[in-house]
Design a protein around this ligand. Structure first.
Ligand code: ATP
Ligand code: MG
Length: 385
């Protein structure tokens, strides 16, 4: 927040008589001394005024969400979301119609949790309207105002409650907030898969993800979106082995092996690639053969092999990880063309022959070179003729 691009931006706003404060995640993480990912700024003037002020200072600005009061400034290729203070005029549980205001506290009231409504002036002065700092330091995730009402305004807040608890919370849950989530658990079914996926993945990424999922199960929040949930034991073990979290891998850890990856992918709006990867992560056929790790590594490829080692911890899993780092599986030194060169006709038989050679090559621990593989190919072809 002290860096030059940020100061340039704040200078341009202040110059134009616009009051600007840091808000949301960046203030929360700054208070904790955690690294800050993105910087959001709140301002007390409408977006058009902000755009004019920034353009006058030669700062690139894009109207990314004018209706919601948001513009994005670009300084030295860094992006900053600048949002005008707002109040909710109308909510339907999914979206809000907002109006602009110049009152900081009013803007704070429409935010979800007390520690998400912290504002910091450019000089570091913090404005904390709902004891958010105390809650943050105590690991208390608490709705601003009446939890029941705040959830009725936006159902996503049920999932956000568990997401923020997974990152910032300490047990026990704030009773009133948890109870309201439990009572409203069924209403999250009306949300869009994209929004739900984002919250669930960010919950999985968190250090407290396993506890949060167990709590979501207890509260009934998973009934609609993840009825396949198989408990957190595997996720806990995975998290202890992982160097850094991978949400999709962690999702695989909380699902049974026979879960339908395609159905889950559709529900949570996963990309085709993600659905396929989820399927591969779950498939018992991709379990690692502890008696022949190199064969497994060859067959699965390095990335999936590492995933399955971390997920299943087969045998000496550290040695398996070390192998994946040290040994790159070779490519089979022959191909279909070599079979055709022997006079075989194109067709499924060629594929079957090459696969037979491949099995022989793997069984020999990949030591046969191209000449030896060609000889084996010829031997098998002659035996069939
Ligand atoms: P991070 O970016 O690390 O996930 P964040 O707090 O910045 O954390 P965002 O989802 O980016 O989370 O939201 C920014 C801020 O906007 C939040 O801190 C909160 O004050 C407010 N906010 C976001 N979504 C909601 C919501 N559904 N209901 C109420 N307030 C919200
Ligand atoms: Mg953010």
């Amino acid at each position: 927040m002290n860096e030059a691009p940020v100061q340039t931006l704040l200078g341009a706003l202040t110059q134009a008589g616009i009051a600007a404060r840091f808000v949301g995640g960046c203030v929360r993480d700054w208070v904790l001394g955690w690294p800050i990912s993105d910087i959001d700024i709140a301002v007390d003037k409408p977006p058009e005024t902000v755009m004019k002020a920034l353009e006058a200072a030669d700062i690139k600005v894009v109207p990314t969400g004018l209706k919601h009061g948001t513009v994005t400034a670009i300084v030295k290729s860094r992006l900053f979301e600048i949002t005008t203070l707002r109040r909710d005029v109308e909510t339907d549980g999914r979206r809000a119609i907002v109006a602009f205001t110049d009152d900081w506290r009013t803007d704070a009231e429409r935010r979800d949790f007390t520690f998400n409504a912290l504002y910091a002036e450019p000089d570091g002065t913090i404005h904390d309207y709902f004891d958010g700092q105390a809650d943050l330091l105590a690991g208390r995730v608490r709705f601003i105002g009446d939890p029941e009402q705040r959830i009725a305004e936006d159902r996503l807040r049920v999932l956000r409650f568990f997401r923020f608890h997974a990152h910032y919370g300490k047990p026990p849950f704030d009773g009133a907030s948890f109870d309201a989530c439990r009572r409203n658990a069924a209403t999250v079914s009306g949300l869009s898969g994209e929004r739900v996926r984002k919250e669930l993945f960010r919950t999985l990424d968190a250090s407290g993800g396993a506890d949060a999922f167990d709590a979501m199960l207890e509260a009934g929040v998973l009934d609609h979106w993840l009825p396949e949930y198989a408990g957190s034991a595997k996720l806990r073990a995975l998290a202890a082995r992982e160097e850094k979290p991978d949400a999709l891998r962690r999702l695989a850890a909380i699902l049974p092996a026979d879960a339908d990856a395609t159905a889950i992918g559709k529900r949570l709006k996963l990309s085709t690639q993600e659905s396929v990867r989820l399927q591969l992560l779950l498939d018992p056929a991709n379990a690692i053969d502890t008696t022949n790790r190199r064969a497994s590594l060859y067959r699965l490829g390095t990335k999936l092999f590492i995933d399955r080692v971390l997920l299943d911890a087969p045998g000496d899993w550290r040695a398996a990880l070390a192998l994946a780092g040290a040994w790159t599986p070779p490519e089979l030194p022959i191909g279909g063309n070599d079979a055709l060169a022997l006079g075989l006709k194109p067709g499924p038989k060629v594929g079957a022959l090459i696969e037979a050679v491949e099995r022989w090559w793997i069984a020999g621990d990949f030591s046969a070179d191209r000449a030896a593989c060609l000889a084996e190919l010829k031997r098998l072809a002659d035996a069939q003729a």
